[in-house]
Design a protein around this ligand. Sequence first.
Ligand code: NOJ
Length: 613
Amino acid sequence: MKRIFSPLRLRSWVTAGCSSILASSLLFSAAPASYGQMSGSSYANSATNSAAQQRLLNWWKNAVVYEIYPRSFQDTNGDGIGDLNGITEHLDYLKQLGIDAIWISPMYPSPQVDFGYDISDYEAIDPQYGTMADFDRLIAEANKRHIRIMLDMVMNHSSDKHPWFLESRSSRNNPKRDWYVWKDGKGETATSQGQPPNNWQSAFGHSAWQWDPKTRQYYYHKFYIQQPDFNWNNPEVQQAFDKILNFWMNKGVAGFRFDAITTLFEDPSMTDEKVVLGKDGKPKINAFGDEVVDGKKTDNLPKNHVEIAHIRSVMDTAPDNSFPGKRVMIGETYVPTINDLLKMYGTTQKPEFELPMDTQIGFINKLNVAAFRSKINDAETRLDGNVPLIVFENHDNPRIDARYGDGVHDTDITRVISTILFATRGASLFYYGSEIGMKTTPPTRKEDVRDPVGITGWPKEKGRDGERTPMQWDDSKYAGFSTVKPWLPIPPNKATINVKMEQAEPNSILAWYESLIRLKKTNPALRSGSNVMLDTANTKVLSWLRKGPNGNNVIVATNFTAEPQTVNLSAVSAGVMGTHLTTLLKTPGASDPASITAVALPAFGVYIGTVKE
Ligand code: NOJ
């Protein structure tokens, strides 16, 4: 059975529980000669307000962001674990791919219970991943190639080994006691710890409260026991994080991806959440064997917005550094509705995220044309013109094959999905290995599981190891990732899915990604055109128009079925009268259509072409 670690699941954690070189040179042709030395705001201030300079400052509006799970990208020191130097080593590869920014999952010192999402020092580098000098070199080398570096910022919780928590748990009177969420148990006596304060649950299974025998109180942890939640009602916590953000911005990072940002605050009533009932009227039980609760007291509380707006103000007023363009906030925003997503952008007076992840589209998790059409249309019409951040994959969810594949046409289906990722309006975020079509490879034996989620949830929930396997650079024993046995096994499909092979194959997924990214960056309609859905009654083919400036229009069509389809993509209703299409990109086997009224697509085929007004 397919494992679906969908946002529904993630939500249930928190609620109920040409060549790319050409492309890059075009993209950055606007940069001044002294690009490397000019600082962000001095660039903004000194520059005349030309469109090209605006484009540089607004780089994020059409950005392509690449997520690297550092543990799994490239090992350069032979310990079976990826490192920062491994990222630096592949910057030319990433440049060729055409990305604008890298988001690095946590590389701070950590006991690695949750592989870096349990941080014990926010202003240093874990020796497993390298040194601060390696980090500085990574930033410098990336910036030379006009690639920005973004970090993961985990503000909901720290590691239980962070000195702040060690202090906090040392006594009830410690000045750091109130930096975390502590509460008395229910029915505690001198000899018994009683019961947890309420029924709140950890996203990683079981009660979210952990008894501390020394100080005889419970602490709250939305995630693992070793990840105690901060008390965001304490202003000292905010001050500590302001300092951390500035520390990294001073090093030249272009922004952050904010982890678990919807769970910063808990309801002060601290009362039970509602148990969710199934159709049979009995409590629903999740993969961990717990009753599912509705998450209304622990997730997506209005107060989060006050804090997010504060972070944005810190970001926007940060001291100058050496990279032109705005620093940007990406949000891990698994929210239930488009209206909740809209709120994540904040208001003009109190802006919040530039790029909250739009998980509405990418985690539909079935190839349903109507569902995609409606969600893409929502992103276009119900986000007040803000930029959607389209995303399908990350280190918490099975890869595309496990959520959209049929086991037969997975390569073609990947072309369909990546077309939605790059050719709809907005910014695009993708995960290392997507560009070569890496597949989910979950562990088959409990003793091999590394992810705490899989350890607690086995066998129903096998955890996230399957989407974190090492990058497949070539078909050698350890796939070019390491010279020794890696921390997670190399998938057997490294023989047919790897960078080296795909670089030599014009019809590879890698070549497809490069072409799509190049189009997104260079074609005026795909760069900034509005998104109008076409042929809206069709249940087999999803198609849309990108209506660009100066009569530049692009038609995109994606076949969601295993049978060939022919569609009429007339865009007259959108004011586009042209009938002749000029092909920009098409899947292997697709032909150039004679007319816009008869576009033929092979099984899971894609066609992208321009049409005149
Ligand atoms: C979301 C991260 O993406 C996930 O990997 C992590 O386990 C939790 N937040 C807790 O930090």
